[in-house]
Design a protein around this ligand. Structure first.
Ligand SMILES: *[C@@H]1O[C@H](CO)[C@@H](O)[C@H](O)[C@H]1NC(C)=O
Ligand SMILES: *[C@@H]1O[C@H](CO)[C@@H](O)[C@H](O)[C@H]1NC(C)=O
Ligand SMILES: *[C@@H]1O[C@H](CO)[C@@H](O)[C@H](O)[C@H]1NC(C)=O
Ligand SMILES: *[C@@H]1O[C@H](CO)[C@@H](O)[C@H](O)[C@H]1NC(C)=O
Ligand SMILES: *[C@@H]1O[C@H](CO)[C@@H](O)[C@H](O)[C@H]1NC(C)=O
Length: 337
C-alpha cells in the first residue's frame, strides 16, 4: 500500500470563521453591505478579540477597540478571540486542520494535520465535509473520461464556468475567506455550504503582545508574514488618539511605515494596528518571459512594467530594440521579503 500526502482543507484554503459573518448578517441595506468590507485584512483583530468601531455614515468599521487584549498583556497566557487560555490549555479553533495549544511565553503553538491516503489515481477528486480536515472520500472519473465536463450526470454544481461533483471544494476567486463545498443548489458565496475561514495565527500572542503586525495579501484570507518593531526601541511616545501603535511608537491616522520594501505597504487606515498589504507581481502578459522583459526603473518599485515584442519579430539571441540584450528565459518576479 502506497501512502501519499493528500491535500487537506487547510492547505487548500488557508485556515477555518470570521467575525465578518456576524457583523455582516442582517446588516445589508441598499447602500451598505458589510460583507464587502475588507475583513480579510482584519483577521488578527478577531484573533485578538477586538471590537469594530463604526462611525455614523460609514459602512465599514473605521477602527478597532483592542483594550481587552491590551489590558491582559501582563499575563503569561494566550488570548484567542477574547478568551484567555493558561499555559498548556487547548485553544478552541473552528479549523478542523488545526490543533492549537497555549505554549510557554504566550506562544500559540498549532500543529497542522497532514492527510494521508491510499495511492490516488490522478483522475480522482478529493471530497470534503466542513468538520474534517482530510478528505472523507474521492470521486474518480470513469475510465476513458479526462475531465468532469465529460461526465454530465456526475456534476452537481456549476460556478464561474467550471463544474464540480458533490462535496468537491469550490474556490471562489473574489472571496478568499470562504471555504465552499459543492452541494445541490450551490449558488455562490451566500450558499449554506460556504463557511468562513478562521485564521489561527500560530505564534500570535507573543508577536501581537510585542506589537508586531501581520502582513496580508489581497488575494488571501490569512496573513502570510509579520512585521515587528525593533526589539529594543527605547522611546517614550504618547499615544495619539485615533492613531496606530507600532511597538513603542505612535502614528496618526493615514501614516505609513517606512519599510524599505516596495512590495509591502503598511498604512494606518483602521487603527489601532497598521494594515500591511504585500503585493504579488503578476509578471509579463500571458507569462511570456521570452518576448517580454521588465522595464528597468530607477526608483524602488515592486512590480515592473514589461516591454513586449511580437513573438518571432526578433530572432532568438538578438538584443531587444532598446539594446539591453535578450531576456533571460525563466526570469521571474517574486515579491521580496
Ligand atoms: C448592524 O450593525 C450595527 C453597527 O453598524 C450593529 O450595532 C448591529 O448589531 C448590527 N446588527 C446586526 C443584526 O448584526
Ligand atoms: C473600548 O472598549 C472598552 C470596553 O471594553 C471601553 O471602556 C472603551 O471606552 C472603548 N474605547 C473606545 C475608544 O471605544
Ligand atoms: C471549546 O469548544 C468546545 C466545543 O465547542 C466547548 O465545549 C468548550 O467549552 C470550549 N472551550 C473554551 C475554553 O471555550
Ligand atoms: C498608503 O499610504 C500611502 C502614502 O500615504 C499612499 O500613497 C497609498 O495609496 C496608501 N495605500 C493604501 C493601500 O492605502
Ligand atoms: C524553464 O522552466 C521550465 C519549468 O519551470 C523548464 O522545464 C525549462 O527547462 C526551463 N527553461 C530554461 C531555458 O531554463
Amino acid at each position: 500500500m502506497n501512502l501519499f500526502p493528500l491535500v487537506s482543507l487547510a492547505i487548500l484554503l488557508c485556515l477555518g470563521s470570521s467575525f465578518a459573518a456576524e457583523e455582516a448578517k442582517g446588516n445589508k441595506t441598499d447602500n451598505c453591505n458589510k460583507e464587502n468590507c475588507p475583513w480579510h485584512l482584519w483577521n488578527h483583530y478577531e484573533a485578538k478579540g477586538c471590537k469594530p468601531i463604526y462611525k455614523d455614515g460609514e459602512c465599514c468599521p473605521v477602527a478597532f477597540n483592542c483594550t481587552a487584549f491590551d489590558d491582559n498583556n501582563g499575563e503569561d497566557g494566550c488570548q484567542f478571540k477574547g478568551q484567555f487560555y493558561k499555559q498548556g490549555e487547548v485553544i478552541n479553533t473552528t479549523n478542523p486542520c488545526h490543533k492549537c495549544r497555549c505554549a510557554a511565553k504566550g506562544i500559540t503553538s498549532c500543529t497542522i494535520s497532514e492527510c494521508f491516503t491510499e495511492a490516488n489515481l490522478p483522475n480522482c477528486i478529493p471530497l470534503f465535509v466542513h468538520s474534517e480536515c482530510c478528505p472523507m472520500n474521492q470521486y474518480c472519473l470513469p475510465l476513458g473520461k479526462k475531465s468532469l465536463e465529460e461526465v454530465a450526470d456526475a456534476t452537481v454544481c456549476k460556478y464561474e464556468g467550471k463544474t464540480y461533483v458533490e462535496d468537491q471544494i469550490i474556490e471562489l476567486k473574489d472571496h478568499p475567506c470562504l471555504t465552499c463545498i459543492c452541494k445541490k443548489g450551490f449558488n455562490g458565496p451566500d450558499s449554506p455550504s460556504c463557511k468562513k475561514v478562521e485564521c489561527s495565527f500560530p505564534g500570535n500572542n507573543l508577536k501581537m503582545k510585542r506589537g508586531c503586525v501581520p502582513v496580508y495579501m489581497n488575494s488571501r484570507c490569512c496573513s502570510i508574514d509579520w512585521i515587528c518593531p525593533p526589539a529594543d526601541d527605547d522611546v517614550e511616545e504618547k499615544a495619539i488618539e485615533g492613531g496606530c501603535r507600532f511597538g513603542e511608537r505612535h502614528f496618526p491616522l493615514g501614516a505609513s511605515l517606512d519599510l524599505r520594501d516596495p512590495c509591502t505597504i503598511c498604512n494606518c487606515t483602521t487603527p489601532t494596528d497598521f494594515t500591511c498589504i504585500r503585493t504579488q507581481c503578476s509578471g509579463p502578459p500571458n507569462g511570456d518571459f521570452v518576448n517580454c522583459r521588465p522595464i528597468p526603473s530607477r526608483q524602488a518599485q515592486c512590480c515592473h512594467d514589461f516591454h513586449c515584442i511580437p513573438p518571432g519579430s526578433i530572432p532568438p539571441g538578438v538584443p531587444f530594440p532598446d539594446g539591453q540584450g535578450p531576456p533571460r528565459p525563466n526570469q521571474s518576479q517574486q515579491p521580496s521579503q
